[in-house]
Design a protein around this ligand. Structure first.
Ligand code: SAM
Length: 216
């Protein structure tokens, strides 16, 4: 597929999948219009990259549906100056979108081959404000805490306590919580020492595996 066709498909994705479903944040929409999603999937799947669905990325993992990426990004309420932690780098696409709307993104992945691939794409696109590591993301990144925003892109049974502790005050976390088949996407807000949890919508994510998630 020619590059300008990808550009056309990306604009159509924003107009048909995001705006009608309530994505209104200017920064989020600009990032979704800019980041070349087709770069984050295998070449053979490039023509499906702007469809209204998740796609496989290998190792049994997925790149999330564009709408879910936009919804989670918008829910963080970023203004450009924040330090954000993402758990579950996967293809790298969500981290790339975040990197356009905040100051620095720290992203953790547990599967080595996925992170190696994502890092190559960040380098190719010159997305230099993304810092990544291999680890169990449910324990967070204590050396770099606190984070103004935390975004978890895999579903676990509960909100990992280390992530709550590493969330800045004020700060926002977006995380799918629930069973292995279906979860509730939750917005967790910390303000003046108080934590508030509010539901966003029902979602289906792959497992968050780790010491504060599901067992491997
Ligand atoms: N954000 C990704 C993207 O834009 O492509 C989508 C990620 S995929 C839905 C979830 C990812 O979370 C998988 O790559 C999986 O390996 C990773 N994961 C699961 N448990 C994890 C953990 N404890 N720490 C870090 N990554 C984890």
């Amino acid at each position: 597929m020619r590059t300008n066709q990808f550009d056309i498909n990306r604009e159509r994705m924003v107009e048909e999948q995001l705006i009608p479903r309530g994505i209104v944040d200017a920064g989020t929409l600009a990032a979704m219009r800019t980041v070349p999603r087709h770069t984050f999937v295998d070449d053979a799947m490039g023509y499906k990259a702007y469809g209204d669905h998740p796609l496989p990325i290998g190792s049994g993992q997925t790149i999330s549906q564009p709408y879910i990426v936009a919804l989670m990004t918008q829910a963080l309420g970023l203004t450009g100056s924040e330090k954000v932690l993402e758990i579950g780098t996967g293809s790298g696409y969500q981290a790339a979108v975040l990197s356009r709307v905040c100051d620095r993104v720290y992203t953790i992945e547990r599967i080595d081959s996925l992170l190696v691939r994502a890092r190559r794409i960040f380098d190719r696109l010159h997305y230099l404000n993304i810092i990544s590591r291999i680890d169990d993301g449910t324990i967070g990144w204590p050396d770099e805490a606190p984070f103004d925003g935390i975004l978890v892109t895999a579903g676990g049974p509960e909100i990992p306590q280390p992530l709550l502790e590493q969330l800045a005050d004020p700060g926002r976390m977006v995380i799918p919580v629930g069973g292995r088949d279906v979860q509730e996407l939750q917005l967790v807000t910390k303000q003046n020492g108080e934590v508030t949890v509010s539901p966003i919508e029902q979602v289906r994510f792959v497992d968050l595996i780790g010491s504060h998630g599901w067992a491997d």
